[in-house]
Design a protein around this ligand. Structure first.
Ligand SMILES: NC(=O)c1ccc[n+]([C@@H]2O[C@H](COP(=O)([O-])OP(=O)(O)OC[C@H]3O[C@@H](n4cnc5c(N)ncnc54)[C@H](OP(=O)(O)O)[C@@H]3O)[C@@H](O)[C@H]2O)c1
Length: 355
């Protein structure tokens, strides 16, 4: 399968390097010429889990330089979510007839692209493989995770199996007949574990000890899970059961729930949220495709998702520099101040007029 990897960042770089190392035909597309030149000069190097390797980069160029229609059988779209939405329409024409676009972002990206470009062009995927880019061309793989791929409409397909066989030469790949269920299971954790951690500036293990951290975690998770179920999705078990024990539209406190929470903490409790790194580096976050996707899906099914909405607004405010990661924000999301009190605290004159 002639393959193009768009985005030679952490995941794109690791997948591309490992494919090249087994002799696959792979081209890399960067955002700009500077990154392409740096990668061409340094070659690709991967360290960490999965084994070290060093290899020449082969064809690497800015995306704009790939213009010949019908060139690639597989395009792995490995940019951040907002960039994926921007570039995907220009990628469809680079696909050979029957070719596949494989977006590997979290949340709603693959579904959004399938709605835009058609199910026949887009195969769904998510990544449980993790890594970081140390500098262009130089990567570290940090776990032995896998890419999970599958048809967005569900079921099995010949192309899922072909793509699995092809990419399995480089990294672990699994196919699921319930990709949407897997996407939502990961989304439930991204919305709660990760976004709340980023807002608080803490790991989940640290924020869950605060009463407002624990309450916000459950309320965010409950709301997102209700939206998933209302949309007809059947969340798929990955590391942890996506439906908390005894769940009836909301989590029910008790020993079983405590044990479920410990499982989540053991799997995800100590990771620094990538969104927190986005805040620190002043980068756009993927919030629109995480909690924002929950809010949009809720709306589509005539529901409200007030907790996730408040979370999205808090992340926007942080990105705009109007607030900074702080554990006190968790309480403010749960218990927003009534407008009158807010005015009384900050502007006594207006408060009098209002009274
Ligand atoms: N890394 C992980 O461990 C991990 C795990 C699970 C899921 N994910 C998800 O996977 C996706 C990719 O993550 P990542 O960590 O690999 O991101 P990343 O390191 O930021 O890499 C993204 C790359 O895409 C490039 N890019 C952006 N726009 C482009 C364009 N128009 N044409 C070509 N290249 C372009 C970026 O270049 P510039 O630097 O020049 O912008 C960057 O090199 C994200 O949605 C992330 O949430 C990542």
């Amino acid at each position: 399968m002639k393959t193009l990897i768009v985005g030679a960042g952490a995941l794109g770089g690791i997948i591309g390097a490992r494919l090249l190392a087994v002799g696959a035909s792979v081209s890399l597309a960067t955002r700009n010429a500077t990154s392409a030149e740096a990668i061409s000069a340094s070659g690709l190097r991967v360290t960490g889990i999965g084994g070290d390797l060093s290899i020449e980069a082969g064809e690497v160029a800015p995306l704009a330089e790939y213009s010949a229609p019908g060139t690639f059988d597989l395009i792995v779209l490995a940019t951040k979510a907002h960039d994926a939405i921007d570039v995907a329409p220009s990628l469809a024409r680079l696909l050979a007839p029957g070719g596949t676009l494989l977006p590997i972002q979290n949340g709603g990206v693959a579904q959004m692209l399938a709605s835009q470009l058609g199910d026949e062009c887009v195969l769904g995927a998510l990544s449980n493989l993790t890594g970081t880019m140390l500098r262009p061309g130089i990567y570290e793989q940090s776990n032995a995770g896998y890419l999970l791929i599958g048809e967005l409409g569900g079921g099995e397909s010949v192309r899922s199996e072909r793509v699995r066989l092809w990419l399995s030469r480089a990294v672990n790949v699994k196919v699921t007949p319930n990709l949407q269920g897997a996407v939502w299971s990961k989304l439930l954790l991204n919305c709660s574990v990760t976004t709340i951690g980023a807002i608080a500036g803490l790991t989940m293990r640290a924020y869950i000890d605060r009463p407002e951290g624990r309450e916000l975690f459950y309320r965010t998770y409950d709301e997102a899970l209700s939206v998933a179920l209302a949309s007809g999705v059947r969340p798929e078990k990955m590391l942890v059961d996506p439906i908390p024990p005894g769940w009836k539209g909301r989590t029910i406190s008790g020993e079983a729930l405590d044990l479920w929470l410990v499982e989540i903490l053991n799997s995800y409790g100590d990771a620094k949220a990538s969104m927190l790194q986005d805040f620190e580096r002043g980068r756009t976050t993927e919030i629109d495709f995480i909690n924002g996707y929950v809010v949009d899906t809720a709306r589509q099914f005539g529901l409200n998702a007030p907790v996730n909405t408040a979370i999205v607004e808090t992340v926007y405010a942080t990105t705009r520099g109007q607030s900074a990661p702080d554990p006190n924000l968790l309480g403010q999301i749960l218990y927003p101040e009534p407008v009158g009190q807010h005015i009384a605290r900050f502007d006594g004159e207006k408060d009098v007029q209002q009274a």
